[in-house]
Design a protein around this ligand. Structure first.
Ligand code: NAD
Length: 352
């Protein structure tokens, strides 16, 4: 067996339909008294609902979270917290809202209670992102890891299929890259395989039967596992490429992950054959890369970079940027191979 280090930071997880009812109790458990609820403007009503559950502990709502966590938004939220003398945040929403909570915690070390409403998995990671002067920086810091996560599938009922599907594919990407991570360990391998299994069986139902709470719960279960994997092991070419494409060409996060993943898997197919065998088994497919492509197609998610706003004349630059600084990947990352990967993703070809 390969040698490994296992060092899992603890997050308390409350999972179950209706578990938002426990919000107030969970905040009290952290010893907090004055709570700010964070959300996007579109999810203000969710924030208000959380505020009602908190009763007298609710100090205010900051419903200004946006994609990519601009530093200005983080600073404004910190200032609101200071004025309201807050001692805890509840972040209710997807990766963007939880990301805002993390940006605040990075400076204040205040505890975050995360209530995820998508399947992206951010709530389980110590990874934060901040955009300053148009450049998104990411980092890892245990201070930003939510102390408590409440998974309540009821809150995902309003999530439209076109956001739900890609956010679940984003979670599958964490699992797939976790399987061939440089610092993989046996526990994360188990979680990654189970995450792929749960997400690949639930996402088609989430999309075709929007009111099916069991399927949404199953997808949240997969998201929890996927986020745990992302938080514990390093990622490789797929995440690097998506970060480059999102940052340089402003492509939408979850959709970009959805499109690129099968091609990154095709790229790593031979070099990471054990990981691909596990992923294929979890997907119930003969070939893992094709299985992921077919899943994306089945849930009606975008299949090509050209459909998510990538300019054809940006492919050379993207390949150059992604290969400039060498980083771990099971197959050595060189320009020609990555350029081909991007070409395939641009056209939305089914992996051969
Ligand atoms: P998101 O948070 O950007 O949300 C997308 C949209 O969906 C928003 O308008 C939001 O208000 C809306 N929405 C979310 N839940 C809803 C619901 N239940 N009902 C109705 N509308 C809802 O989407 P996301 O995919 O969760 O997050 C993407 C962001 O998260 C990216 O910026 C990405 O970098 C980050 N991310 C970070 C990590 C990490 O570990 N740090 C992991 C995954 C993603």
């Amino acid at each position: 067996m390969q040698a490994f280090v296992y060092d899992q930071p603890a997050t308390r997880v409350i999972f179950g339909i209706g578990s938002l009812d426990r919000l107030s109790e969970e905040v009290q458990r952290l010893g907090a008294r004055r709570v700010i609820v964070l959300s996007t403007p579109e999810q203000r009503s969710d924030a208000e609902e959380a505020g009602r559950r908190l009763g007298p502990m609710a100090a205010g709502i900051y419903a200004e979270a946006v994609m990519h966590v601009p530093i200005e938004t983080a600073r404004a939220a910190r200032e609101v917290a200071r004025q309201l003398d807050a001692d805890c945040y509840v972040a209710i929403g997807g990766g963007s809202t939880i990301g805002l909570g993390k940006a605040i915690a990075l400076e204040t070390a205040m505890p975050i209670v995360a209530v995820p409403t998508t399947f992206a998995g951010s709530e389980m990671t110590p990874i934060y992102g901040l955009t300053e002067g148009g450049i998104k920086k990411t980092g890892r810091d245990r201070k930003v890891l939510p102390r408590t996560v409440i998974y309540d599938a009821t809150l995902t009922l309003t999530l439209p299929a076109k956001i739900a599907g890609p956010s679940g594919m984003n979670a599958i990407a964490h699992c797939v890259e976790g399987l061939y991570a440089q610092d993989v360990n046996p526990v994360m391998t188990l979680l990654a395989a189970e995450g792929i299994r749960a997400l690949s069986r639930s996402l088609p139902v989430v999309v075709s039967e929007p009111k099916n709470l069991e399927a949404r719960s199953d997808a949240l279960y997969g998201a929890w596992l996927a986020g745990t994997v992302l938080g514990n092991v390093g990622m490789a070419i797929h995440h690097k490429l998506c970060h480059t494409l999102g940052g340089t060409f402003n492509l939408p996060h979850a959709e970009t992950h959805t499109v690129v993943l099968p091609h990154a898997m095709e790229f790593n197919r031979v070099a990471a054959s054990d990981a691909m065998r596990i992923a294929a088994g979890a997907l119930g497919a003969r070939d893992a890369a094709q299985g992921v492509y077919d899943l994306a197609s089945r849930i009606g998610a975008p299949l090509s970079l050209k459909d998510v706003g990538m300019p054809a004349d940006g492919l050379d630059r993207a390949a150059k940027l992604a290969t400039e600084n060498p980083y771990y990947n099971p197959r050595p990352v060189e320009y020609a191979g990555v350029r081909q990967l991007l070409e395939n993703a641009f056209l939305g070809k089914r992996p051969a």
